[in-house]
Design a protein around this ligand. Sequence first.
Ligand code: ADP
Ligand code: MG
Length: 697
Amino acid sequence: MSDYLHNSIEYLKGVGPQRAALLNKELGVFTYQDLLQHYPFRYEDRTKFYSIKEIVDEMPYVQLKGIIKKKELVGTGLKKRLTAYLEDGSGNVELVWFQGINWVNDKVKTGVEYVVFGKPTRFGSKFSIAHPEIDIAAATQTKSQNLRPVYPLTEKLKSKHIDNKVVSRLQEEVLKSVGDHIIETLPPKLLQKYALIYKREALFNIHFPKNHELLAKAQQRIKFEELFFLQLKLLRLKHVRKVSYKGQVFNDSTLLTDFYKNHLPFDLTDAQKRVIKEIYADMKSGKQMNRLLQGDVGSGKTIVGFICMLLAIGSGAQCALMAPTEILAQQHFTGLQRYAAKMNLSIDILTGSTKKSDRKAIHDKLLTGELKILVGTHALLEDVVQFKNLGLAVIDEQHRFGVAQRSKLWKKNEAVMPHVLVMTATPIPRTLAMTLYGDLDISTIDQLPAGRKPIKTVHRYDSHRLQVNQFLREQIALGRQVYVVYPLIEESEKLDLKHLMDGYESMARAFPDVALSIVHGQMKAADKEYEMQRFKKGETKIMVATTVIEVGVDVPNASVMVIENAERFGLSQLHQLRGRVGRGAEQSFCILMSNYKLSQDSKVRINTMVQTNNGFEIAETDLKLRGPGDLTGTQQSGVLDLSLADLSKDQILLQQAREAAISILDTDPELVKTENECIKTQIAVVKKSGLSWSKIS
Ligand code: ADP
Ligand code: MG
């Protein structure tokens, strides 16, 4: 990008050192270019004028035209305010300022016609507008800008009189002399294929849209560009990895054949077989595998992980499985131990609570290569944990781990990076997966094991508790077990715990002859484990718990999930919780409890749960409700640094941008063609400006 756009904002007419410092600090705007990329987040249509008598309660912003008849300073000290009365022939309305009073008092003159814009509020029989925007009517007529941009601004900026109008004026200032300094970043072919306008035109129209149509074009162009360069980055990263990162070749299938022939506990689903094939192909390829294994809760990812381990172990390597919590690690260990024992493979577990003496033994056995499978938590990542030859690292429930941790695992084998298989039970809509995990290959288990009955989900109000309890009693009499889950929100941990304890006590009263378990985050790991085991063995029939049981816990005989205060849970969390049942042969149920007061979003969430069991559909709805940032957690936010595009709304554009990036890289991977020079230049610019190209690697 040209030097002009790299000028410091300080030197722009109307800025100066003080305002520059504010813009730096509040908006991260340092240069002309930063300013141009500070896009409006909405536009106000200023074509319509209201007459004052049309003002009613609950109106959004209105635009009025009238004469200031009178103004006065009222009150003293902190209560001091400036009041002006605007009349338009149909009535009058009060305008009030509490801040910057002297400045406004100087500016606003009686007897002059003004255009006023603001939100009316009722005081008794009168309406009043606080801190309206106000312009001399004659001046606004010459400026025929009807779609006025509204910029993201902070309170601090507003209090220093840097408002939309000021930002607009600064944009105008930059654009006035920008001339040819805005360099096109997309090749003509792409512009043509996707009917995109030039960057220069887009920047003008995003700040000063001539009409709705041009605004839409401008937004589309800028969003496309953002998404295109993001996809390009991800695809290149993947490409680089594929070309340069070697992987061990695993192709000894003796162990595998033995397992398939003699120990496989059930027939694999076609989907499981397909993903195993995909993973094997990677592990035989000589390139390092980085693959995401997606599959709805209960689709049987664990055994897929184990079968892949067999190929690695059979070929002389070791394997690790990392889970996000101690309970989950323990459960994976117990599950895998069953299979490993049959195969005579040594397996162990390492977590935060592993005893020092046991640790030492594990470290030693890892180094000699005697230990084949190590299951654990983050504890696996510690530097003291060294393998003789780590060949495959499986990470369960990726959404709890960041990319940084993934790369820490790579370093556990200095000679050749281990293959990495990331398993997630949070299905992600395709478009988002393409972006978040754009650097991973994706395998999907889109089928549940045969014989599973879909879980029946209902919504019940708290007032129906007696009927619900009666239903639970019947299920328990049939030999089933029940989860009752309470929400846990970190800010109010104490309250939640009380809530949980109250719930436990009322369950104990309602079910005096039934054995209950309780598990929550503040219990010691050993106590939690003890209670979990009791429930697993069927010694207790009801498990009252917080969301600690959210992920992965597997008790096939538990067939009823009651979720208290269901309105307080997010959709993906509800789906995860529901996935704890429906694992055995019996008909399972999920009962969502709530009171009558539900927000619009809560209603949508609960209805979605009642209507579908499909994790992908649920993920789509979740994305629409929450937006992508929330869905994925802050750890991934580096990838989602999008200023205008919105992954939940711009899915078609994202698809096009990805398609475009693929076609460019297919025909010109090193971007050496003249027509693609603009892309290369832009990548260099982004790199230089610190929007780190490698942030996500
Ligand atoms: P998730 O994908 O949620 O991690 P799990 O691996 O925990 O699912 O599997 C859920 C349950 O289904 C386990 O009890 C597992 O033994 C069982 N399971 C897995 N695959 C099959 C299959 N092909 N047929 C029958 N049961 C299976
Ligand atoms: Mg699992």
